[in-house]
Ligand binder design. Structure first.
Ligand SMILES: NC(=O)c1ccc[n+]([C@@H]2O[C@H](COP(=O)([O-])OP(=O)(O)OC[C@H]3O[C@@H](n4cnc5c(N)ncnc54)[C@H](O)[C@@H]3O)[C@@H](O)[C@H]2O)c1
Ligand SMILES: [Zn+2]
Length: 369
C-alpha cells in the first residue's frame, strides 16, 4: 500500500497590489502603466461601449499608436444587457482572431458594464492578461473600477459568473465626466454617499456642500470628491481583498440588499444608483426603527439624497403589487446564508453595524407607517 503523501503548495499572492491614479489628465499615463504590467506588449485590446468610444475612444487609441502599439478595438452595445455570456464570448473571440498574445494587455474604457465585462475577459483570456481600467462614468470611477471584482449576469442573476481580476492600474480621469449626462452624475453619487455613510463624516459634509449643484459641477470640482470616495473604498478592500472578513468588504453592501431587490423587482428599469439610494433610505430606516441609530440619521440622509436629485420614495416599493416582487428578490439575495441575510445597518455616520435578519424581518422593519 502507498503511504499517504501530503504536499503543501504555497501560492504567492503578493504581486496583486495596484495603483489608482486620480486627476485631470491621468489618462495620458496609460502607456506607462501598460508597459509596466506587460513589458513585451505589442498589442492592446481596447474594450469600450459605442457611446463612450465615440466620445473618448480616439484619444486613447491615438496615444497607444503614438507609442508604437497596435490596437484591437472591441465595442459593445451600451447597457447592462451587454454583461452576458454571448457578449463576453464575442469579445474573447475577437481577441483570439486578432492574435492577441499572453504578453499583451487590455484596456477597459467605459462605465461599470465595460469594466466588469472586459475585466472578466482579461481574467479568462489565456488564463489572464493584465488590464488597465479607465472608468468613464462616475459610478465606475468611485466604485466599480476599484476592488478587482469582475462579472457578467446570467439567467436573470446579476454578477452570477465572475472572478477577482485585480487591475494593473486604474486611471480615473475626471475629464471624462464632462460628457456624462446629468442622470449618470446623479446615479454615481449614490455610491459616494454610501462610502461616506460607512466611513467618513468629513466626506459626507463635502458631498453635501456640492449637492445643490451636483449635476452641473465642473469635473475639476468633482475630482477631489471622487478621490476621497475612492480612498475610502480602497482602504476597505485593501484590508479584506477577497471579502472574507465579517467586518470588511461586506460593509460595502450597505444599501444593496434592498437596492438589488428593487432593481430586480423593477426588471432593471430602475438604475443601480437610484436603487442604491432607495436601499440607503431603507438601511437608515431599519437602523432607526430597531433603535440602533438616532432619527436624525434618516432625516439627514433623505435631505441629502433629495438635494442631489436621487429618489427617496421607498414606500411604493413596499406596497402590493411591487412588494411581492421585492420579497421574492430579497429571498434570492446571494449574500444569504441559510435563511438569514447579513444586513448592513448604521449606528451613526461612520459607525456601520452588521445584523443578521430574515427577509421578513427586514421588510417588517422598513414597512410604511
Ligand atoms: N465590479 C464592481 O465592484 C462593481 C461595483 C459597482 C457597480 N458595478 C457594475 O457597474 C455597472 C453599472 O455601471 P455604470 O453605471 O457605469 O453603467 P454603464 O457602464 O452602463 O454606463 C452607464 C451609461 O453611461 C454611458 N457613459 C459612461 N461614461 C460616459 C461618459 N464619460 N460620457 C457619456 N456617457 C458615458 C454608458 O455608455 C452607458 O450608457 C453594473 O453592471 C454594476 O453591476 C460593478
Ligand atoms: Zn453598487
Amino acid at each position: 500500500m502507498t503511504a499517504l503523501v501530503s504536499i503543501q503548495v504555497p501560492v504567492p499572492t503578493a504581486s496583486q497590489g495596484y495603483v489608482v491614479r486620480v486627476g485631470l489628465g491621468v489618462a495620458e499615463e496609460i502607456v506607462t502603466h501598460l508597459r509596466r504590467a506587460a513589458p513585451a506588449l505589442q498589442r492592446v485590446a481596447v474594450v469600450s461601449d459605442t457611446n463612450v468610444f465615440a466620445l473618448h475612444g480616439s484619444g486613447v487609441v491615438q496615444r497607444l499608436h503614438d507609442a508604437g502599439l497596435e490596437t484591437v478595438v472591441h465595442t459593445i452595445a451600451p447597457g447592462e444587457a451587454s454583461k452576458s455570456p454571448a457578449v463576453l464570448l464575442a469579445c474573447l473571440q475577437a481577441w483570439a482572431a486578432a492574435g492577441l498574445a499572453r504578453s499583451d494587455a487590455a484596456v477597459a474604457l467605459g462605465g461599470g458594464v465595460v469594466g466588469d465585462l472586459a475585466g472578466l475577459a482579461a481574467h479568462l483570456y489565456m488564463r489572464g492578461i493584465p488590464i488597465v481600467q479607465c472608468p468613464t462614468s462616475l459610478l465606475a470611477q468611485v466604485d466599480a473600477s476599484v476592488g478587482g471584482k469582475v462579472a457578467i449576469d446570467h439567467d436573470g442573476a446579476k454578477n452570477l459568473l465572475g472572478a477577482f481580476h485585480f487591475p494593473a492600474a486604474v486611471l480615473v480621469d475626471p475629464t471624462w465626466l464632462a460628457t456624462l449626462p446629468a442622470e449618470g452624475r446623479i446615479a454615481g453619487a449614490a455610491e459616494m454617499v454610501k462610502h461616506a455613510l460607512l466611513f467618513s463624516r468629513e466626506h459626507l459634509d463635502a458631498i453635501a456642500r456640492c449637492a445643490p449643484r451636483w449635476a452641473s459641477a465642473a469635473p475639476a470640482e468633482l475630482a477631489e470628491l471622487v478621490a476621497s470616495s475612492i480612498a475610502l473604498k480602497a482602504a476597505c478592500v485593501a484590508a479584506d481583498p477577497f471579502e472574507r472578513s465579517p467586518s470588511g468588504r461586506v460593509l460595502l453592501n450597505l444599501g444593496h440588499t434592498v437596492g438589488h431587490a428593487i432593481e430586480a423587482a423593477s426588471a432593471y428599469t430602475v438604475g443601480h444608483g437610484d436603487a442604491v439610494a432607495l436601499g440607503l433610505v431603507a438601511a437608515a430606516r431599519l437602523s432607526v426603527r430597531r433603535g440602533l441609530a438616532p432619527a436624525r440619521l434618516a432625516d439627514e440622509l433623505g435631505a441629502l439624497l433629495r438635494t442631489i436629485g436621487l429618489p427617496t420614495e421607498l414606500d411604493p416599493w413596499l406596497a402590493e403589487p411591487q412588494l411581492a416582487r421585492v420579497r421574492a428578490a430579497l429571498g434570492h439575495d446571494k449574500k444569504r446564508a441559510g435563511d438569514m441575510i447579513t444586513y448592513i445597518a448604521l449606528a451613526d455616520v461612520a459607525v456601520p453595524q452588521t445584523v443578521r435578519l430574515g427577509a421578513d424581518a427586514v421588510l417588517e422593519a422598513i414597512a410604511p407607517r
